[in-house]
Design a protein around this ligand. Structure first.
Ligand code: S3P
Length: 194
């Protein structure tokens, strides 16, 4: 089985399951996992809601672009959970489209399914403070074409458990003839490159 040195990047709206699925895929494939929102929080030293409140969304977007660039350049065979708005900036979409960098999977769902999944989870998401149902509908309309633009694969997650979504992501990697290795195999491939 060939070794895929590309990152696996999960994109999709808030509530699509990116963070949880990324962790589970990383566990199963022996890859490292990076959550871009967590990277931003670690870099700025405050939560994303605080960053939005004190410095505004554009400052958050600047940090998000920096985190994406740094992760794509520095890490190998990483599973990257992005924030839902990573596709908003053209520069980010260009980074993601370069297939030498990443295999991108779009976890899609209807706004209604996302809202049901988020439940009280919308509290930590500054964009969902007011009218989360309306915002999710608007963002789905605005961003669907951008997710499609960057994604190599799309998974319709409506009605799926996170385990089923994880299985689908791993199956896509296997079908790509690539990167589902045990942790031991992943270690060997690291040595091969050194
Ligand atoms: C955002 C999604 C959030 C976070 C920020 C902005 C967006 O990430 O990056 O609140 O613009 O959709 P999740 O998709 O992980 O919730």
């Amino acid at each position: 089985m060939g070794v895929d040195t590309r990152h696996l990047v999960l994109v999709g709206l808030m509530g699509s399951g990116k963070t949880t699925v990324a962790r589970r895929v990383a566990d199963r494939t022996g890859r490292r996992v990076v959550d871009l929102d967590a990277q931003v929080e670690a870099t700025v030293g405050c939560s994303i809601p605080d960053l939005f409140a004190t410095r505004g969304e554009e400052a958050f977007r600047d940090c998000e672009t920096e985190a994406l660039q740094a992760t794509l350049v520095a890490e190998d065979r990483t599973v990257i959970a992005t924030g839902g708005g990573v596709v908003v900036r053209t520069v980010n979409r260009e980074l993601l489209r370069r297939s030498s960098h990443a295999t991108v999977i779009w976890l899609d769902a209807t706004p209604e399914a996302l809202l049901a999944r988020l439940g009280r989870g919308s509290a930590g998401r500054p964009l969902l403070h007011d009218d989360p149902a309306g915002v999710l509908r608007r963002l789905h309309g605005e961003r669907a074409a951008w997710y499609a633009e960057v994604a190599d694969h799309r998974i319709d997650t409506v009605g799926c458990s996170l385990d089923e979504v994880t299985d689908a992501v791993v199956a896509m990697l296997e079908a790509a003839g690539s990167s589902v290795t045990t942790t031991a195999e992943a270690d060997v491939s690291q040595e091969d490159r050194s």
